[in-house]
Ligand binder design. Sequence first.
Ligand code: DQA
Length: 141
Amino acid sequence: MKIIIINGPNLNLLGVREKSIYGDQSFDSFLQTLRQEYSGQIDIDYFQSNTEGQLIDKIHEVGFSYDGIVLNAAAYTHTSVALGDAIAAIKVPVIEVHISNVHAREEFRHKSCIAKYCKGVIAGFGLNSYRLALIQFLLPA
Ligand code: DQA
């Protein structure tokens, strides 16, 4: 099974950025652990960009051949009609994830431009949100 985790803007600064919200682990070190945990079960690809167009290009690139996309679109979740359209345009199921519980935060974070086109949404479990999304792909449909 081939799954890609796609992270949006500022998530390259995990472990450095607003640690009280996002924790102190870098995504690179978390990814190493994830790849070990799922080795032999899920081949985990990874892409991060701070640029909306690059995220859309990656979604198009993988969106007809992979088994799933785990997407943390970060702030673009709340603003990007174009990302929503990209998800609507592809065949591969997308799970929207957030590290923080966006519904317990500022009002503008309660809105998602992408949730409607996703298979489901997981938010608020720290980096375990990504684990929960990956596990979902192993469960019976
Ligand atoms: C986030 C939540 C977003 O509102 C925020 O802009 C992020 C990270 C999360 O993972 O909790 O950058 O997607």
